[in-house]
Design a binder for this molecule. Structure first.
Ligand SMILES: Cc1ncc(COP(=O)(O)O)c(C=O)c1O
Length: 400
């Protein structure tokens, strides 16, 4: 039996799978078991920021694995690997964020942020936005997207409330003295790469302050140079002071790892035993994250992403003009880019056509195909991706 048959028979199918069995990856490319090569513009859901099998990451894994992977009494004892990560990451945090805690996935980091916000404020209401995505644990699902996500698992987390994204009036109408926190992505990723008005996050931060509510900024998809700044809220100016900022995905370039940072005021309210986890801040994950962040910093990857993003968006603009019957609009910041099509059927057809043309892309909600290449993608690879996309679009048009 081959890989696809075994997975279909024995793995629980949560998602419809694409019928390719990936064997290995290098840089912007992956190969399937049959040896076919694909250009990866998904980065494994926006995770493999340095591309596949980057030597900086494999070296960090090997070196740390030879020393120690998991500390005895993990959270109780100190770790030199964790201390290194704390030193390097704390310097990059925006606003007054200062202290860090580590997690194993984005959802886990957001879950902790929601839990701690309720404890710290003594309030229960969490405000989030329609079309958002914050994870699949029960807390995070309850504040993701809209009520349809929790219908299968009712009753949902009590006291949460959704408002349209980037709508100042709507959010002003619901944030009140009962609000524990607002959780917000600087750019909605899973919601279709939706970019808010430039003053939206500042506005929400101000409302939070006025109502003694915490602002939780979810940078799980947008952080670590993905949008051309180290964190995407930096596009909104230097004044924003989130109370909690959550991180994941690119933080360790593919190794499962996440984190959240808190302000001194929030930190002062967190007591021993409020949170924890067996693998949180394990030395292996910390070593990989340190290596990735060090590389992003040393190589000015944020600057390179801005230039690469401009190049990609310029080419997508041409495709938008060439295929108006399929592409409604394009948008993006840095290397988080989207093609909005006219309907969901077209999204399915184009994703399949891209696969047939050896380009991997991510279909996303709201009729969007998301393009999230490695942050180190070369101009030539971008050009190749655009040509493959062009051919894939042409073939969808031919079959219409
Ligand atoms: C903005 C955002 N928050 C949270 C998550 C959940 O992260 P994870 O899948 O690592 O739990 C995601 C995942 O796509 C995300 O995009």
């Amino acid at each position: 039996m081959n890989t696809i048959d075994i997975e279909d028979r024995l793995g629980i199918t949560f998602c419809k799978r694409q019928p390719i069995a990936i064997e290995r990856g290098e840089g912007s490319y992956v190969w399937d078991e049959a040896g076919n090569k694909y250009l990866d513009f998904t980065s494994g859901w926006g995770v493999t920021c340095l591309g596949h099998s980057h030597p900086v990451i494999t070296e960090a894994i090997c070196q740390q694995a030879r020393k120690i992977i998991q500390n005895p009494n993990s959270g109780f004892t100190y770790s030199s690997s964790r201390a290194k990560l704390l030193s390097i990451l704390s310097k990059l945090l925006p606003g007054k964020l200062e202290k860090l805690y580590f997690a194993n996935s984005g959802a886990e980091a957001n879950d902790a942020a929601i839990k701690l916000a309720r404890k710290i404020t003594g309030k229960t209401k969490i405000v989030s936005t329609l079309g958002s995505f914050h994870g699949r644990t029960f807390n995070t699902l309850s504040v993701s997207g809209g009520r349809e996500n929790t219908e299968k698992y009712l009753p949902a987390l009590l006291g949460n409330c959704f408002v349209p994204f980037s709508d100042k009036q709507a959010i002003r109408a619901v944030i009140d003295a009962d609000t524990a926190a607002v959780i917000l992505e600087p750019i909605q990723g899973e919601g279709g790469v939706r970019i808010p008005d430039s003053d939206y996050i500042n506005y929400v931060a101000k409302l939070c302050k006025e109502n003694a509510a915490l602002l939780i900024v979810d940078e799980i998809q947008t952080g670590f140079c993905r949008t051309g700044k180290f964190f995407a809220i930096e596009h909104s100016g230097q004044d924003i002071e989130p109370d909690i900022l959550t991180m994941g995905k690119g933080i360790a370039g593919g190794f499962p790892f996440a984190a959240f940072a808190v302000s001194p005021q929030v930190d002062a309210q967190i007591k021993q035993g409020d949170h924890g986890g067996t693998y949180c801040g394990n030395p292996l994950g910390c070593a990989v994250a340190t290596a990735v962040i060090d590389y992003l910093e040393q190589q000015d990857v944020a600057g390179k992403v801005t230039a690469a993003g401009d190049l990609l968006m310029g080419n997508l603009q041409l495709l938008c003009k060439k295929y108006p019957q399929l592409v409604k609009s394009i948008r993006g910041q840095g290397l988080l880019c989207a093609l909005e099509l006219h309907n969901d059927e077209m999204v399915g057809e184009l994703t399949q056509s891209c696969l047939e043309h050896t380009l991997l892309v991510t279909p996303t909600r709201n009729r969007v195909i998301r393009l999230i290449p490695s942050l180190l993608v070369s101009d030539l690879e971008l050009q190749e991706g655009v040509e493959l996309l062009d051919s894939a679009l042409a073939s969808v048009v031919r079959n219409q």
